[in-house]
Design a protein around this ligand. Structure first.
Ligand code: PLP
Length: 406
């Protein structure tokens, strides 16, 4: 039974004060707080079991390797992937997408080939594709959202042409909370022989994900948003895509043999994990995934849907607040601006004085800001530990902003 007060007790930071007020943390979309089990797993890994992985024959190295490799299986089952070896472990979504850009896309794309993107993408799912545009003459095709911030999957499918090689699309917008029907897109792309990369940075935190059901080729996640340590993460790669990929980085661990005149690579996924990995971060991510699945993704989604509905109701009552993104079924992420002169940075500063943490800025989504006709927004993003009372605290804080700036 989901009890938000029990959940809150698992997160030590939530009992601290900020500026003399109880912390109201509404910036989990940027990075989530960590439960004690994750902190303990990290401490234990350093205090009791630490050694480098894969290379040693001694006891600690075997334990460390076992603990680290177990996380591959945890990520796979969290994402509904059958095979743990379909997961490349890395530092997060940015690295995962760059691996696909350098390792899969660059060697296969000719000038005039196309990548289809939505206007809602995070810079992590834009900039690597601009590299291909700049360096290889690849064409980026952008698909807009409608006025509510919804993305019509058919519009994405219609943008796929004979030269399209990849659809790179977010599963949930980090600005609008819009959930994208990536299943419809990935399946249609597949029928046309086009690969799909899904940016799951936000979605995987808030809803059950099954990559086999979605039918995508790549699905990237980032550990620090999943209540795990920063610098942890992974990407699902449809196993047959591995054969089409060249390694992105070279170094130890990804090779079987190195000679003066050549090298032999390790098999995937190791082939794509060069150097000493983030051993302890990754072990912490494993603990975070266990924590989430222990609660149950369905229950987490239901709690957050209730927060979302309450926030829609309360924020909807503020007629001087412009909430961006009202797509049906959206996640509990709210971006807004205020009528009058208040810059989102001012909103964030006033709220911070009341212990309320929100993010203000472009949220690494430049094309979306242009599409919305704003330079920045303030964003409140909710997580499994947030409460309805915190929605009220946000509304009270916004009313104060309105009084100060209107
Ligand atoms: N994609 C989305 C939708 C995000 O929200 C973020 C982080 O804000 C990223 C990608 C990048 O994640 P990271 O910086 O952890 O690699």
């Amino acid at each position: 039974m989901f009890d938000v007060q029990d959940i809150r007790a698992d997160f030590p930071i939530l009992s601290r004060e900020v500026n003399g007020r109880p912390l109201v943390y509404l910036d989990s979309g940027a990075s989530a707080q960590k439960p004690q089990v994750v902190i303990d797993a990290v401490t234990r890994a350093y205090a009791e079991d630490y050694a480098n992985v894969h290379r040693g024959l001694h006891t600690l190295s075997s334990i460390s390797t076992e603990n680290y490799e177990a996380v591959r299986g945890k990520i796979a089952s969290f994402l509904g992937a059958r095979d743990p070896d379909s997961i490349v472990m890395n530092t997060g979504t940015t690295e995962g997408i760059n691996m696909v850009a350098y390792g899969w896309a660059m060697p296969r794309m000719e000038p005039g080939d196309e990548i289809v993107l939505s206007v809602m993408e995070h810079h992590a799912n834009i900039v690597p594709w601009h590299f291909l545009r700049e360096r290889q003459g690849v064409v980026l095709k952008w698909v807009d959202t409608d006025v509510n911030g919804a993305l019509d999957p058919q519009a994405v499918i219609d943008a796929i042409g004979p030269r399209t090689k990849l659809v790179a699309i977010t599963h949930m917008s980090n600005v609008l909370g819009t959930v994208v029907d990536v299943r419809a897109i990935a399946r249609a792309a597949r029928e046309r022989g086009v690969a799909t990369l899904v940016d799951g940075s936000q979605a995987a935190v808030h809803m059950p994900v099954n990559v086999e059901d979605i039918g995508c080729d790549f699905y990237a996640i980032t550990g620090h948003k999943l209540y795990g340590p920063s610098g942890s993460g992974g990407i699902y790669v449809r196993p047959e895509r591995f054969d089409e990929m060249r390694p992105f980085m070279g170094g130890g661990d990804m090779i079987r043999d190195v000679r003066k005149d050549g090298i032999d690579y390790n098999a995937a996924p190791m082939k794509f994990e060069a150097g000493t990995p983030g051993i302890v971060s990754q072990i912490g991510l494993g603990a975070a995934l266990d924590y989430m699945t222990g609660i149950g993704m369905e229950d987490i989604a239901a709690h957050e849907a209730s927060l979302r509905d309450y926030a829609i109701d309360r924020l909807g009552g503020l007629n001087w607040l412009n909430v961006q993104g009202t797509a049906p079924g959206k996640g509990a992420i709210f971006s807004f601006t205020l009528d009058g002169a208040a810059h989102p940075h001012d909103i964030s500063t006033v709220l911070d004085k009341r212990g309320i943490a929100v993010r203000a800025g472009h949220h690494c989504a430049g094309p979306l800001m242009d599409h919305l006709g704003v330079s920045a927004t303030a964003r409140a993003s909710f997580a499994l530990y947030n409460t309805h009372a915190e929605v009220d605290a946000l509304v009270d804080g916004l009313e104060l902003c309105h009084e100060l700036f209107a």
